[in-house]
Design a protein around this ligand. Structure first.
Ligand code: CMP
Length: 145
């Protein structure tokens, strides 16, 4: 069935933008909305609030606010699972073992700087797409300042 998910190219991925867009193109993903932006710390806290109590939270916030990111809506059959399969496991060194052709295996640096993101469920996809592509205005990052 047709489904939507939120994909993101993180700051270190933006430095390899052409190569990562080529990976997306080669796999035939349809991108239906796209924007480039920088998250401030408040926006990053909100986007990653489920990880607030994790030991890596501060490193994650420092990283994701360190430069521009690119976010996009993917429409595909089983978009959530297919995009997560394309990006591979969270940790690029593990990805190189179990999914060597995945995007994180090829371009990821370490478990924080893992170049791309994908929503982990259909429910997360709805929340994350609304975060970056609000249908009704108020949740748009940047409108609060
Ligand atoms: P992502 O799946 O996009 O969303 C959560 C992020 O937290 C994840 O990518 C990594 O960038 C980061 N992360 C997850 N687990 C760890 C970890 N064990 N150590 C450091 N960073 C992590």
């Amino acid at each position: 069935k047709k489904e939507k998910t939120l994909g993101m190219i993180k700051p270190d991925g933006v430095e390899k933008l052409g190569q990562i867009l080529d990976e997306i193109y080669k796999r035939g993903f349809l991108l239906t909305r796209l924007r480039m932006c920088c998250l401030d710390r408040n926006q990053a806290f909100r986007f990653y609030e489920e990880h607030r109590d994790k030991p890596f939270f501060n490193a994650l916030i420092d990283y994701i606010t360190s430069g521009p990111i690119i976010v996009f809506e993917i429409v595909n059959t089983n978009a959530v699972d297919n995009w997560r399969e394309a990006i591979g496991p969270t940790d690029p060194s593990r990805a190189r073992t179990v999914a060597p052709t995945s995007i994180r295996a090829q371009y990821g640096i370490d478990v924080t700087r893992n170049v791309v993101h994908g929503s982990d469920s259909a429910a997360s996809a709805v929340r994350e797409l609304e975060f970056f592509f609000p249908s009704s205005g108020p949740m748009l990052p940047n409108t609060s300042k």
